[in-house]
Design a protein around this ligand. Structure first.
Ligand code: UD1
Length: 383
């Protein structure tokens, strides 16, 4: 494993990225990504940065590295390869974050950015923020202010620390702004909406265009299947929760609702040997295939943060295998229900999940211009 900070070819050996000479004169933003949801969130933001004439240096920490967890998103969302891939790979939290910090610092020292932009709550987020703030480079945090109020989740620590070291905080929702205020952060907090919502709007036609093929591939009919994803350690590493999830999925399929389940690498070994009639497990899926399935599912079952929102953007009810969620608006609007996997009534809860008549106010996650507002604010910050 290397942690080289030199610009290098990523997926195509020899294809070094040439940034134009003019870039030296422009405001430079290091944009840090590393885990699958960040490739999705970064796509609309990168487009907006470029439209705003800002010089973006996209840095991939290498936290996610499998083709289906990483490169396929750059290809599918038609984004150029990152300028740097730090190849940190998998490790314990301390080791992974430490490797990122060291490699990111080298990139920042050599690129001398005006701002470092980070997303969400992963180890790549906290590493990007910490490396920057120690070099006195302003940090801008997209998805600031989210809280699950469960400090056993690594993401909760990553969010809190990143928010407290950020100069500019892009909050997706009113609740996020309020959470920051409770912690004394009120300055330079901008409620912009959610960049994942921006992307769903931008990709709407492409998602519809992919649907027939995807449904055909999995032999599914619209509205007549459940879409499942599970990857959080609190579920995968707890045998009683994990067994309850398998039991629940088996029960849902046995009740004549076929299940399609793209398997996160964290659960690859755990799921080996599991099979049940009506349950189709598969490798992680690209963006368009995932969104087509979520849009057409009768119900989504997940423990992912992003998928809870994406289900709501598509008008698909969601059952979340968690004890808390940071996306509280979805629970309040009853489009998402929290359920511990051991719940006795899990199968009936899933089978009876419906999109409520009142639904969700379309403005809760903004108006599809979050990325544009972020780019404009960054321009103002450094102008
Ligand atoms: C990370 C984020 C989580 C986010 C999730 C999205 C943290 C603390 N967690 O969790 O917030 O929701 O990404 O997927 O940053 N692995 C592979 N190939 C890969 C990547 C991972 O095989 O390309 C396997 C490895 O065994 C690794 C495990 O998955 O140890 C976990 O990966 P890691 O990046 O540490 O955490 P995630 O569970 O993916």
């Amino acid at each position: 494993m290397t942690t080289s900070c030199a610009p290098r070819a990523w997926t195509k050996p020899g294809a070094f990225i040439q940034r134009p000479f003019i870039a030296a004169l422009m405001t430079k933003i290091i944009h840090v990504v590393g885990a699958r949801p960040q490739f999705v969130k970064a796509a609309p933001v990168s487009r907006a940065l470029s439209a705003e004439g800002l010089d973006e240096v996209l840095v991939h920490t290498g936290q996610h590295y499998d083709w289906l967890m990483s490169a396929v998103f750059f290809e599918g969302l038609r984004r150029p390869e990152p300028a740097y891939n730090l190849d940190v790979g998998s490790a314990t939290h301390g080791a992974q974050t430490g490797r990122m910090l060291e490699a990111l610092e080298k990139v920042m020292l050599s690129e001398k950015p005006d701002v470092v932009l980070v997303h969400g709550d992963t180890n790549s987020t906290i590493a990007g923020g910490l490396a920057a703030v120690k070099l006195h480079v302003p940090v801008a945090h997209v998805e600031a202010g989210l809280r699950s109020f469960n400090r056993r989740m690594p993401e909760e620590i990553n969010r809190i620390v990143t928010d407290h070291i950020s100069t500019l905080l892009f909050a997706p929702t009113e609740n996020a702004v309020a959470n920051l205020a409770v912690e004394g952060i009120t300055q330079d907090v901008i409620q912009v909406g959610d960049v994942m919502y921006d992307l769903i709007l931008q990709m709407g036609e492409a998602i519809d265009g992919a649907t027939d093929q995807v449904l055909d591939d999995f032999d599914l009919s619209p509205g007549e299947f459940a879409f499942v994803t599970i990857h959080r350690p609190e579920n995968t590493d707890d045998p009683s929760r994990w067994d309850a999830i398998l039991e629940g999925v088996r029960g849902i399929a046995a009740a004549s609702l076929p299940v399609v389940w793209p398997v996160h690498p964290r659960t690859r070994d755990l799921i080996r040997g599991f099979s049940a009639p009506g349950v189709r497990t598969t490798d992680p899926l690209p963006y368009l295939a995932t969104q087509s399935l979520v849009r057409n599912a009768r119900v989504v079952l997940t423990d992912s943060g992003g998928l809870q929102k994406e289900a709501a953007f598509h008008g698909t009810p969601c059952v979340t295998f968690r004890d808390q969620t940071e996306w509280v608006e979805l629970v309040e609007a009853r489009v998402n229900q929290l359920a511990p996997p051991e719940a006795e009534s899990l199968v009936s809860l899933v089978l009876s999940a419906r999109w409520p008549g009142t639904g969700l106010s379309t403005r809760v996650y903004g108006d599809g211009t979050a990325a544009v507002q972020i780019a404009r604010s960054l321009r103002r910050l450094v102008d």
